[in-house]
Design a protein around this ligand. Sequence first.
Ligand code: ADP
Ligand code: MG
Length: 281
Amino acid sequence: MNNQKNQAVSAQDLAYQVEAQWLLDGVNLSVDKGEMVGLIGPNGAGKSTLLRAISGILRCQDGAVTLEGKDLANMTVKDVAAGLALVPQIAPYTHGFTSMELVLMGRYPHLGRFQVESNSDEQIARDAMAMTETDQFANRTLDTLSGGERQRVFVARALAQQPRILLLDEPTSNLDVLHQLMVLDLVRQLVDAGLTAVAAFHDLSIAARYCDRLVVMSGGEVIATGPAEDVLNPELIETVFKVKAAVYRDPVTGSMTVSLIGPANGVAPLRNISIGRNSAK
Ligand SMILES: Nc1ncnc2c1ncn2[C@@H]1O[C@H](COP(=O)(O)OP(=O)(O)O)[C@@H](O)[C@H]1O
Ligand SMILES: [Mg+2]
């Protein structure tokens, strides 16, 4: 990796324990400025925990996080939010707020004490909503939106924050295929213009297509890291995800693509217990 001046995010030996379980166990991660890194790994691997640790929502018992060379432990919530935005996997409780109100909250870290949003803050919020095609929902409360529409509003809030580092936790999991491409094309454009992004993905082909580098997590540890070409292979996918897969370069997009063939040998299928009972009769 490059020298420290180019480093946007660094996690050193991060360890986080809950009730005798290590959710993060000696995690090291270094992300350069202007790089887009994809976190992949099965459910429970620690992806969300790592993103929360980097954003300071969660304080680890061991290890350290540095953001643009500054020790996260010495930064206030507002200091962090002035440079870093997180799009959470599960939208937090937002009952009663309209989309516009939520997106405007993204401006909070840039306001002085007792200062209210100005016209320019409102314009930034409107631009962020236009970029995510959420302006049409500006005056609707969040509980009236579909899961994917709400997810885009949270992306808009993060963009309104005008961060230098953007963390996205499964940002496209609820989106239709068009909006998956639109949101990730937008993030990629911002990365090409200097933004640093770290995003958790379940879709391995999408991760490979958009990210400069993948970080594979399992059981709270980083077990591989590198460009998709080097990291994604059938052996690793079978070991980490317990799935047989084929990996090849997509002739149309030119990026690495993963075809999921089926559960690996020895993986017990989920069974419908009531069907089992009926058929036993
Ligand atoms: N407060 C908690 N208490 C106990 N286990 C937790 C807690 N928070 C998360 N976990 C567990 O930690 C593991 C990692 O979670 P997470 O980081 O959300 O995984 P991922 O995002 O990779 O699916 C999961 O097995 C989850 O159930
Ligand atoms: Mg998660």
